[in-house]
Design a protein around this ligand. Structure first.
Ligand code: ATP
Ligand code: MG
Length: 205
């Protein structure tokens, strides 16, 4: 990848990655003229420590399969390879060191993730380093209040983007697989095949 000037970041558990993630990333890329969108599967997400998360190597493999047909998409192991918890602040610092301090960062989140922003480790430090693009997600519309709650920094750095909302979540996909229902067209075909071949999300015996 040539060094991007405007870099989009989509961090997630991607358990599994689905078309909600992909369509959101593409919409933000177009709207903000981003050079690259980096998908960053989390290794040990601080907010999901108490639930079962599929092994990072599977989540990474599915993210690669889902993104490889889009030349503007890339996948990073930066959080999987770091020891300890995946704090966004450290990830952004590492990315700036890697791509150059003049790189403009655009951190993409769904409206649900934005609602938890105030719980993030050193969120003000994070907002100093990156823009946030809050993509609309069905049933959640607190974005304006959240922007307001961060004052001037919020107004300068958090932006809302209305996208065609897709009522798709990884939680629903895991449940569908466990119940033997179809996930075709909700995840890319290659991801569906990977899930089948590796027998992911089967009901617990
Ligand atoms: P889970 O149901 O396991 O929480 P998820 O579908 O929310 O999974 P995550 O990996 O948790 O997926 O999400 C990563 C990022 O993508 C978050 O910022 C989330 O808000 C965003 N996102 C996920 N699904 C959508 C969607 N359908 N539309 C817009 N944004 C989404
Ligand atoms: Mg989620």
């Amino acid at each position: 990848m040539t060094k991007p000037k405007r870099l989009g970041i989509l961090g997630g558990t991607f358990d599994p990655i689905h078309i909600g993630h992909l369509a959101t990333a593409e919409a933000v890329r177009m709207e903000y003229g981003l050079d690259t969108i980096l998908f960053i599967p989390s290794a040990n997400p601080p907010h999901k420590q108490d639930v079962d998360v599929t092994d990072a190597c599977h989540r990474y493999a599915m993210t690669v399969l889902a993104t490889e047909t889009n030349p503007y998409f890339a996948v990073s192991k930066i959080e999987m390879e770091r020891k300890g918890l995946s704090y966004t602040l450290y990830t952004l610092q590492e990315l700036l060191a890697l791509y150059g301090e003049d790189t403009e960062l655009y951190f993409i989140t769904g409206a649900d993730a934005l609602a938890e922003l105030h719980t993030w480790h050193n969120i003000h430090g994070v907002l100093e380093l990156t823009h946030f693009i809050a993509a609309s997600r069905p049933g959640i519309d607190k974005t304006d209040e959240i922007i307001e709650s961060f004052g001037e920094l919020g107004k300068a750095k958090i932006h809302r983007l209305t996208i065609p909302e897709l009522e798709i979540s990884a939680t629903d996909i895991r449940q569908r697989v466990a119940e033997g229902r179809s996930i075709r067209y909700i995840v890319p075909d290659a991801v569906m095949q990977y899930i089948e071949e590796n027998k992911l999300y089967q009901p617990k015996k």
